[in-house]
Design a protein around this ligand. Structure first.
Ligand code: GLA
Length: 394
């Protein structure tokens, strides 16, 4: 069966009305673990330039982030220029030579990502890919692009004009499949990141249209309320993720200055338990040692990148106190005790709540401290908006 026919066959049995968790995804050779890297949007928005991207790549290496696992350097919206008479997309003056930039980034052992929209225009009003899917995929491959964020934006006009919600849904599905096939035809392994803010329960069908990750929510901002409402809303989505196909609750805000250390620890801990992509969204050239420590904590990254690729989920909620757990490849569990209240709260974990009977070995991950072998409940005072992240093994 050709990919196109397979895609259509999948969609005939899997629509927004039917959960698609059991439906095979289009094959992929990338994103075996959640992608890690950097994206320009959260900090630079439309100000991103070639020079900024090169400086971020330099800093990703010198800060130790590359060695901690961050590899993708992703240019978001506003790189796009005009199309020429043959329809070939060109960069605007902020990016004089995309191929040279890709060579530079690759030369540092990193990978380059780019952004486009299945619509005629991107969210920021730049040139989109509509009608030029194969041409753009070829251009991206020729430049040496390794990651594409494909942002619905401009296509919503056509979806609004559709005669029914089902027809609107089909327009979106067809557009995502079309680009997936164009990327495959272009012949370069490219991580395919769907960005459509979670509409039509994308987690049910994102893998079946070839997505390696799909945004599950609207845009994050650098405030605890935004990060927490996005992160904690991911309960119940674990079964839709796995190696090669991940839920994406949006990029990181760590280091952008709008949250305190406890809040950024919550951000990293939750994203680790959620097996979420770790795409730093700050200026890597001006990081404090504290920001570097938050982003490069080896034990937190090991939880995020666990090879079993099983996303964690919520175990309990009691007012502002939530316990989340993720099962890891070695049968240990990462367990987060989260306090969403602004004031400290006393929290208690009975190990049976996360599936352990008898004695367990407990490690405080952010504290980098073994707490020994415990049997009775674990109790701790959790700072306001903070977390204690444990790794528990039998
Ligand atoms: C949308 C996306 C953002 C970013 C902007 C760029 O809002 O959700 O992540 O890519 O578009 O215009």
């Amino acid at each position: 069966m050709s990919n196109r026919v397979r895609g259509i066959a999948i969609l005939m049995i899997c629509s927004v009305l039917i959960p698609c968790a059991a439906v095979a995804q289009l094959k992929t050779s990338v994103a075996a673990t959640p992608p890690m890297g950097w994206n320009s949007w959260n900090h630079f928005e439309s100000k991103v330039t070639d020079a900024i991207v090169r400086a971020q790549a330099d800093a990703m290496v010198s800060s130790g982030m590359r060695d901690a696992g961050y590899v993708y350097v992703n240019i978001d919206d506003t790189w796009e220029g005009e199309r020429d008479a043959q329809g070939v997309i060109h960069t605007n003056s902020k990016f004089p030579d995309m191929k040279a930039l890709a060579d530079y980034v690759h030369g540092k052992g990193l990978k380059l990502g780019i952004y486009s929209s299945p619509g005629a225009k991107t969210c920021a009003g730049f040139e989109g890919t509509l009608g030029h899917e194969e041409q753009d995929a070829r251009t991206f491959a020729a430049w040496g692009i390794d990651y594409l964020k494909y942002d619905l934006c401009g296509l919503t006009d056509q979806m609004k004009a559709a005669p029914s919600p089902e027809a609107a849904h089909q327009i979106m599905i067809d557009a995502y499949i079309k680009m997936k096939h164009a990327l495959e035809k272009a012949g370069r392994p490219i991580v395919y990141s769907l960005c459509q803010y979670g509409i039509d329960a994308v987690w049910r069908w994102g893998a079946s249209v070839g997505g390696n990750l799909w945004r599950t929510t609207g845009d994050i901002s650098d405030r605890y309320a935004s990060m927490a409402s996005i992160g904690f809303s991911q309960a119940g989505l674990a079964r839709f993720a796995g190696p090669g196909h991940w839920n994406d609750p949006d990029m990181l805000e760590v280091g952008n200055g709008g949250m305190n250390t406890e809040e950024y620890r919550t951000h990293m801990s939750l994203w680790a338990i959620l097996a979420a992509p770790l795409l730093a969204g700050n200026d890597l050239t001006t990081m404090t040692p504290e920001t570097i420590a938050l982003l490069t904590n080896k034990e937190v990254i090991a939880i995020n990148q666990d090879p079993a690729g099983k996303q964690g989920d919520r175990v309990s909620v009691e007012g502002p106190m939530e316990i989340w757990s993720r099962t890891l490849a070695d049968s240990s569990k990462a367990v987060g005790l989260f306090n969403r209240h602004s004031q400290p709260m006393h929290m208690k974990l009975d190990f049976k709540q996360v599936g352990f009977a008898g004695k367990v070995r407990v490690r405080d991950v952010w504290g980098a401290k073994d707490l020994g072998t415990l049997e009775g409940p674990y109790e701790a005072r959790i700072p306001g908006h903070g977390v204690v992240l444990l790794r528990i093994a039998q």
